[in-house]
Write a protein that binds this ligand. Structure first.
Ligand code: TXA
Ligand code: MG
Length: 335
């Protein structure tokens, strides 16, 4: 199969493919996705095959408007409506009890479904023109860093899917914030993203960051979100996070330097840093936008081991840290 790269003037081809039950690469404001009709079991099966994704890891369902969620869920608590008014369209996914219009294959066997209303204009038009709910995981091969350009998707999915819509580089660079709702108005963050705990705190006084956001699960422990139990976002290079100031970081890298050793540092560090490096921005927002791209580029450079300066664990930094500790297999060194 030859994979077509479509621009937004060729959206009619993409719409036709979705209606025919095919899987295509789609741009969103967070990362690129692998989209297909969420209500079509065969189409959804193709997503799992293309990614090599475990069958128990549920897909997010993308809708043009949150009000459409009434068609696919059992009930919507008040707080979900309030969250939707404030943050949708945008980088927020709300887990709700699903009804039988969402097949179990889409929800990974769960009785809930994650609903997201993407802000990207191409995604908005694709959903509206196809008239379908679109399930879409990130468009990487399972376990690899998420794609933030159409070219990244091409690298992972060329010959596997019929088309990719090129919508340019993703605005945010990390995936949506995934939340569930407990006891009426408690918000549990299952995966941090651009919608931060602080922002969610403007809608509810009770915001919990799930313990798996910042740490690995213990053996045998049950994940509130299946995606959290898998090794994730991992390039071939061995990633190690170092929590320290620049001086100690530099000293540590010097003591462990050699062929294939790279560092991933902040833009402001570069002047004083004497070793091989890439930099990933000067604040959390830039780090979020660049992190997956840099992890892929480090593989292109045949990096063997990468020491990463730890991002902040608050605000958008929490999302960056959450992705990095998974790509590092939870290897964090505190100096
Ligand atoms: O920004 C995003 O969310 C991107 C774009 C394409 O929309 N999508 C994305 O999908 O990141 P994916 O499949 O790569 O990650 C979805 C995460 C997984 O960790 C999954 O386990 C969790 O959300 N999730 C999905 N549905 C869930 C549910 N019903 N209950 C708990 N966790 C769920
Ligand atoms: Mg993913």
């Amino acid at each position: 199969m030859e994979t077509m790269l479509l621009d937004e003037n060729k959206l009619d081809i993409a719409v036709e493919l979705i209606k025919r039950g095919e899987v295509i690469g789609i741009p969103t404001e967070t990362v690129y996705g692998l989209g297909a009709d969420a209500s079509d079991e065969n189409a959804v099966r193709k997503i799992f095959q293309a990614k090599g994704r475990p069958a128990d890891n549920p897909l997010i369902v993308h809708l043009a408007d949150f009000a459409e969620a009434e068609k696919y869920t059992e009930s919507i608590p008040d707080i979900a409506w309030r969250l939707s008014e404030k943050f949708m369209p945008g980088a927020l996914t709300i887990v709700l009890p699903k009804n039988n219009r969402i097949p179990l294959i889409t929800s990974g066997g769960l009785d809930t479904v994650g609903i997201r209303v993407p802000a990207h204009p191409i995604m908005q038009r694709l959903i509206e023109l196809s008239g379908k709910p679109i399930s879409a995981p990130s468009a990487n091969k399972s376990g690899y860093p998420s794609p933030t350009t159409a070219q990244h998707v091409m690298r992972d999915m060329s010959g596997i899917i019929p088309a990719i819509i090129d919508g340019g580089e993703c605005q945010y660079g990390v995936e949506s914030t995934v939340i569930s709702i407990e006891n009426g108005d408690t918000i549990r963050i299952l995966r941090p993203g651009f919608i931060t705990p602080e922002m969610l705190g403007t809608v509810s006084d009770n915001v919990i960051v799930d313990k798996a956001v910042l740490a690995g699960l213990e053996t045998g422990e049950k994940a509130s979100s299946p995606g959290m139990k898998y090794k994730h976002y991992s390039p071939s290079a061995d990633i190690v996070i170092i929590e320290s100031d620049l001086e100690k970081f530099t000293e540590y890298v010097g003591g462990h330097y050699g062929e294939g050793v790279y560092s991933l540092i902040f833009d402001d560090d570069t002047e004083k840093f004497p070793y091989r490096y890439m930099s990933y921005g000067k604040d959390s927002q830039e780090q979020a936008k660049q992190i997956f791209r840099r992890l892929r580029e480090l593989d292109d450079c045949q990096a063997v081991r990468v020491y990463v300066r730890s991002p902040e664990k608050s605000g958008i930094g929490l999302a960056v840290y959450n992705r990095l500790i998974r790509s590092a297999g939870f290897e964090v060194i505190r100096l």
